[in-house]
Design a protein. Sequence first.
Length: 192
Amino acid sequence: MRLFVAINFSPALKNVLAGLLEELRQLPAAVKWVPPENIHLTLKFLGEVAPARVEEIGAALRRAAAGINPWHLEVKGTGVFPGWRSPRVVWVGVESEKPLYVLQQQVTREYLELGFPAASFTPHLTLGRLRPGTASGPLQDRLKSLAGVSWGREKVTAVSLMESSLTPRGAVYRPVLTVPLPAPDGAPSNEQ
């Protein structure tokens, strides 16, 4: 199983980003665009994992999420990785309150103990991947013009362990486990 830990977003925010994707698709650039339904915020990529390990991986996610209350983040701006000289990934940015970073650090720590290496974390939502050697002035100009645009604000109420299945038509994502974040008043919540 190919697994990752992510924050998923509401259909309303994905709709807004679908509109942005539709606009960007019209520009002349060799980009493999992400389907709107696949847009998410990756906290930790685990890679290929034996199905027998799912239970311990799920338990680690529950421990990582313990004590993290729901919070708000804003999806804002656009850009590319690693930089404008040789862009490979088109993204929208994420501005968040502190709980995002605390959760990500706890996820990293829990999975480090299970043998998954730590990786750097720059919160973003991938919109597309440019083919090597792609240069597109119109795409670059449009992304730079959208650098300060807010695409929406979301309340984060859960974190998910996701499975990525590679198919001829692209990746299909499915939640294996969704861990709700406890409400500040300690109200019970249901795990899916």
